[in-house]
Write a protein that binds this ligand. Structure first.
Ligand code: NAD
Ligand code: TYD
Length: 342
């Protein structure tokens, strides 16, 4: 695989993945196709701008002509699809955009993959398609039981990918990652929101009791898992990619405050997210069977991540204005404050 199309590569994980592949392999060329929605940001790719093995194309994965143009011009051998609407809270406010990009956009990419006869199509999916898991851990053969419009849209994409494998023999694989953290994550998501709010002494809005559990994976461990599946995964198969770090949200928030030396009075319990999944948990034995395992220890990678946001205010301060503030009001203004942990 020489020429790899990374759709959604101006976002958080896609930009880390583009950089990861360029650093790891001398031979590959990376073409990022991205619509540059509110979450897409060329600053995430700034350091790759002069790299002869990197190209950026602005375009929508729902636009077949734009996708075909990039495929043809760059002689693409493989597609890794990160492009998606990704935030659960926004999916509760405006689900239509999720169905359009995460389902229809996936179909457009699959059609292009089929027409151009790519070596591999990898769909980047999420543990959220399994729904909440009260006990035990999700394995790849479990039923998918999505519960938010985001998760349902991602599940729709996964099923379409599977259909193109079964119906047309397209060489697909699907990865289902757990919650990521690391540099360049749009600061509406839990960890960067809480870090940047804490830096500014603003309240940290904890949904409900904060006892929801997420399995956190450092973004580069996720990138390595995706690359492993791209190169060694069996076509038609799904692979879970989890960090093995299940934590209560409230404990992660406490860690951020402690590292930054900020008071716990910044914690503000607010009205919960409707349908909030209590826990996700992944069994990753299948991917470990391909030789992958997460390398980053949660505590030290979290400290590095907090420090990255401390030292890169140039990156997030300009985001936390304009559209961000409009969204912030829409998502948080109606929530009641349940208590403060002061
Ligand atoms: P992100 O929101 O940071 O980035 C998404 C990117 O996709 C942005 O650059 C955006 O401009 C682009 N995009 C959106 N709609 C597009 C369209 N129609 N055409 C082209 N580009 C479009 O998301 P992320 O956190 O980097 O997630 C990337 C992928 O990984 C998503 O598919 C997501 O479902 C999946 N995933 C994310 C996590 C996580 O914790 N963030 C965990 C598991 C899986
Ligand atoms: P998020 O980053 O939105 O990821 P996801 O919902 O896709 O797992 O949220 C992670 C967890 O943090 C989730 O349980 C919701 C919670 N959360 C809060 O408590 N407050 C917030 O302001 C946000 C954005 C999330």
């Amino acid at each position: 695989m020489k020429n790899i199309l990374v759709t959604g590569g101006a976002g958080f994980i896609g930009s880390n993945f583009a950089r990861y592949l360029l650093n790891k392999y001398d031979s590959c060329r990376i073409v990022v196709l991205d619509k540059l929605t509110y979450a897409g940001n060329l600053d995430n790719l700034k350091d790759l701008a002069g790299n002869a093995r990197f190209a950026f194309v602005q375009g929508d994965i729902c636009d077949a002509a734009a996708v075909d143009g990039a495929m043809r011009e760059h002689a693409i051998d493989a597609i890794v699809n990160f492009a998606a609407e990704t935030h659960v809270d926004r999916s509760l406010i405006e689900p239509g955009a999720f169905i359009t990009t995460d389902v229809f956009g996936t179909y457009v990419l699959l059609e292009a993959a089929k027409r151009f006869g790519v070596e591999r199509y990898l769909q980047v999916s999420t543990d959220e398609v399994y729904g909440e898991v009260a006990e035990g851990s999700s394995t790849e053969g479990d039923h998918i039981m999505p519960r938010s419009p985001y998760a349902a849209s991602k599940a729709g994409g996964d099923l379409m990918v599977r259909a193109y494998f079964v119906s047309f023999g397209l060489p697909v694989t699907i990865t289902r990652g757990s919650n990521n953290y690391g540099p360049f994550q749009y600061p509406e998501k839990f960890i960067p929101l809480f870090i940047t709010n804490a830096i500014d002494d603003l309240p940290l809005p904890v949904y409900g009791d904060g006892k929801q559990v997420r399995d956190w994976i450092y973004v580069l461990d996720h990138c390595e898992g995706i690359d492993t599946v791209l190169r060694r995964g069996e076509v038609g198969e799904v692979y879970n990619v989890g960090g093995g770090n299940e934590r209560y949200n409230i404990d992660v928030a406490g860690k951020i405050l402690a590292y930054l030396g900020k008071p716990s009075s910044l914690l503000q319990h607010v009205t919960d997210r409707p349908g909030h999944d209590r826990r996700y948990s992944l069994n990753c034995d299948k991917l470990k069977g391909l030789g992958w395992e997460p390398r980053h220890d949660f505590d030290s990678a979290m400290e590095e991540t907090i420090s990255w946001y401390q030292h890169n205010e140039w990156w997030w301060r300009k985001i936390k204005s304009g559209e961000f503030m409009d969204y912030y009001r829409r998502n948080y203004a109606h929530r009641s404050v349940l208590s403060s942990d002061a």
